[in-house]
Design a protein. Sequence first.
Length: 344
Amino acid sequence: MTGPVLEISRGAFRRNIAAVQRRLSPSDLLLVMKDDAYGLGIDWAVREASAVGVTWFGGYDIPTALRIRALTEQRVYAWATSSRGEIAQAIAADIDLGVGSAAYLDDVITEAETAGARVRVHLKIDTGLHRNGFRPEQWQDAIATAVAAERRGSVTVSGVWSHLSEASDAEDDAAQRVFLDAVAQLVAAGGEPEVLHLTASAAAWWRPELRGSLSRIGAFCYGIRSADGPALEGLSLIARLTAPVEQVGADAIRVGIGAFHGLPSILRGAQIATPGGLRRIIDISGSTLTVEPWAGATAGQRVVLFGPGAAGEPDATALAEHVDTVGEEIITRLTPAVRRLVVD
C-alpha cells in the first residue's frame, strides 16, 4: 500500500450491528448513515447491514435517503427539513419523513396531495433540546393537521420521535415524560403510531428504560464511542487509518498524511501507533506530519493513526478528545486523498 489508507472491515461492521441489535432488543435498530455512513461509504454498508437483518435506515437528509433507497427496499427515514422538490422525490421513493414544524408539515401534505400519494410521517415533539420539533403548546395543532390529512388519505402518521439532550439522567427522564404525554395526546386524537423513537446511540445503549420501539443508532454501529465515554462492550472500531513513513531523521520522522488529507492541524501532541510504540505528533503540515523518532525506523513502514484498539492503538475518539471534538468528525473529515479499502 502507498499513501494513506482507510481500511474498513465488513466483518467488524456485521459483528457490531449484531451486538447492537442484541443490546437493543426488543427495540428495533434504525441504522443512521448520515455523512456517507460517517465517511465510511453508504454503498457497501447498506448491503452488509441488510444481510444481517437491518430493516430501518436513517439518511438524515433526503438526498442521502435517496442513495440508500437505491440500494434497499427496507424502510428509509429522513428527518432534515427539506425543499419542496426534495419532498416530492422522497414521496415518490417511499421514504418516511420526520416532521418538526408546522410549515414543513404543510409542505409535506401539499406535495403528497399534489402527487396523489400517501406519505408516512413521524411527528417530532420538542422534549427540551430545542433542536427542531413542535413545542408542547404547538402539539395539539400539529396533531389536528396531521390526523386530518391522514383522514383525507395523503398522510400516515407512522411515528412520534424526539431528541434527548443527554445532559443528565434527570433531564432525560423529564424529556421522556413530555414524549409519552405527546404520544398519549396523538392516540386520544385517533392516531395509531407504528413506531416511537426517542433515543440515539448513547441513551439507547445505557438507558434501556428510555428506548421506544425504534432506536436511532449511528456512531456506535461503526464502533465510534462517545467523546469522554467508556469503551463499548462487544463493539470495535471498523476502520483503521494508516500512512507510510516517508523520511527518517534523527529528531523526527516524516509520515505521508497531513491537513490536505483531512487531519486537523491542531492534533499536535496526540499519540499515534508506530512500529516502535506510541509516539507523539510533533507537527502537521499540508501533506505530511512529523512524529517522535523510534529505533529501527525505515521508509515504507506504516504508522496507525487510529485503529480497532489492539496493541495500544488509539481509536478515532482518542484523537478527537485531544482537540475537544467527537470521533466521527475525525473520520468524516478525511478527504478523497485517503484511499478507502473495504476488506473482509
